[in-house]
Design a protein around this ligand. Structure first.
Ligand code: ADP
Length: 162
């Protein structure tokens, strides 16, 4: 069997459960999906976002007509930020979220199942390993990320997969 080495790296990624999901009582539902998949939770907290952190987080959208609106939407309630870990975690979590537009996202994805909007699309998930590392550092202090073995890796992976 040929194993692609890029898929064997233990990664961490960031998820933000957005105000739209907080208002609709979907926190547990979203966390449950990642838990059931087999991802390990290594950090979680509720926080109120401000203009400064959102300017940084959505820098790539500066200049878009909806830039201020998306920031306002992210400040409507506190959000829940969480950090998940697994082999290939960034791609897995990004795929589980589905594409940006909730109306187009595949059924079975979080956005596909819970969103009918481009903007109000329930979760943020990191899109690359590089961005995941930057985003985890943006939202968590080092001591808020925990390293522990929840399960023996042999429960979740074959011996040559971790
Ligand atoms: P993603 O979150 O899927 O990585 P982007 O980084 O392009 O997507 O955009 C960040 C967030 O900005 C989206 O999740 C969504 O909430 C909002 N957004 C993106 N495009 C639009 C749009 N055309 N109109 C309104 N909000 C948008």
């Amino acid at each position: 069997m040929i194993l692609h080495s890029h898929s064997l790296i233990m990664e961490r990624t960031l998820v933000i459960i957005k105000p739209g999901a907080i208002k609709r009582d979907l926190i547990g539902e979203i966390i449950h999906r990642f838990e059931r998949k087999g991802l390990q939770l290594c950090g979680i907290k509720m926080m109120k976002l401000n203009d400064e952190i959102l300017d940084e987080h959505y820098e790539h959208l500066k200049g878009k007509p909806f830039f201020q609106r998306i920031k306002d939407s992210m400040m409507k309630t506190p959000v829940v930020v969480c950090c998940w870990k697994s082999v290939d975690c960034v791609r897995i979590v990004h795929d589980m979220a589905g594409c940006t537009n909730g109306r187009q996202a595949a059924m079975g994805t979080i956005r596909g199942d819970y969103s009918v909007s481009v903007q109000e699309n329930i979760v943020h998930t990191s899109d690359t390993v590089e961005n995941a590392n930057i985003e985890i550092a943006r939202f968590f202090r080092e001591e808020e990320i925990f390293e522990f073995n929840q399960l023996s890796p042999t429960v979740l992976y074959a011996e040559d997969e971790f």
